[in-house]
Design a protein around this ligand. Structure first.
Ligand code: FE2
Length: 178
C-alpha cells in the first residue's frame, strides 16, 4: 500500500480514537475546566477524523473496517479507572505528541494538494494546542495532589498531637480499665 495512504489510515484511526477517549473524559464525573476542554477537544478531533476520511475517499479508499483500536481504548479506560486522571493525562499528552510527529512527517510528502497541506498545518496547530492544554491540566493536578499531600501530613500531625495529649491524660489519671 502507498505509504501516504497507510499514514492517513493510521491518522484516521488515531483521530477517531482521540475523539472517543476525550468524550469519555468529558463524562459527568469530571467537572470544571477539564470537562469543558475535553468536550471541545473531542469535537476538534472529530473534525480531524473527517478530514482524513475525506482524504482517503478522494484517493478511492472507503472507511476501513477495523476503525478504532478497541484494545487501546479499553486499556486507556482501565488505566483511567484504576490509576486515575494523572496518568491518563500523561498518556493523552503522549498521544498528541505522536500525532504531531506523524503529521510533521506527512507534511513532507509531495503527494498532498495545496489545500490538504494547508488543512494539515491547521490540524498540526490544533494538536500542539491540545498537548499544551494537557500539560497545563497535569500541572494543575500536581498542585492539587500537593495540597492533598499537605492536608494528609497536617492531619497526621494533628493526630499525633491528639494521641500524645490522650496518652498524657491517661498517664495522669490512670487507666480506667485497670
Ligand atoms: Fe487530532
Amino acid at each position: 500500500m502507498d505509504p501516504l495512504i497507510e499514514l492517513a489510515r493510521e491518522a484516521l484511526s488515531n483521530e477517531m480514537f482521540s475523539s472517543m477517549i476525550y468524550n469519555r473524559l468529558a463524562s459527568p464525573y469530571h467537572s470544571g475546566s477539564l470537562r469543558l476542554k475535553s468536550i471541545k477537544i473531542a469535537e476538534v478531533e472529530k473534525e480531524h477524523a473527517k478530514f482524513w476520511s475525506e482524504f482517503l475517499k478522494r484517493r478511492g479508499y472507503r472507511m476501513f473496517p477495523e476503525g478504532v483500536n478497541k484494545v487501546k481504548l479499553s486499556l486507556y479506560l482501565i488505566i483511567f479507572r484504576i490509576l486515575g486522571l494523572g496518568l491518563t493525562l500523561r498518556m493523552l499528552e503522549m498521544n498528541e505528541r505522536d500525532a504531531i510527529e506523524l503529521y510533521s512527517r506527512m507534511l513532507e510528502s509531495s503527494e498532498l494538494s495545496k489545500h490538504e497541506r494547508k488543512e494539515l498545518i491547521k490540524i498540526l496547530e490544533d494538536e500542539l494546542i491540545h498537548e499544551d492544554e494537557f500539560l497545563r491540566e497535569e500541572s494543575k493536578l500536581e498542585d492539587f495532589l500537593a495540597h492533598v499531600k499537605d492536608a494528609v501530613l497536617n492531619m497526621n500531625d494533628g493526630l499525633v498531637e491528639i494521641l500524645s495529649v490522650t496518652t498524657g491524660l491517661a498517664r495522669a489519671y490512670g487507666n480506667p480499665l485497670m
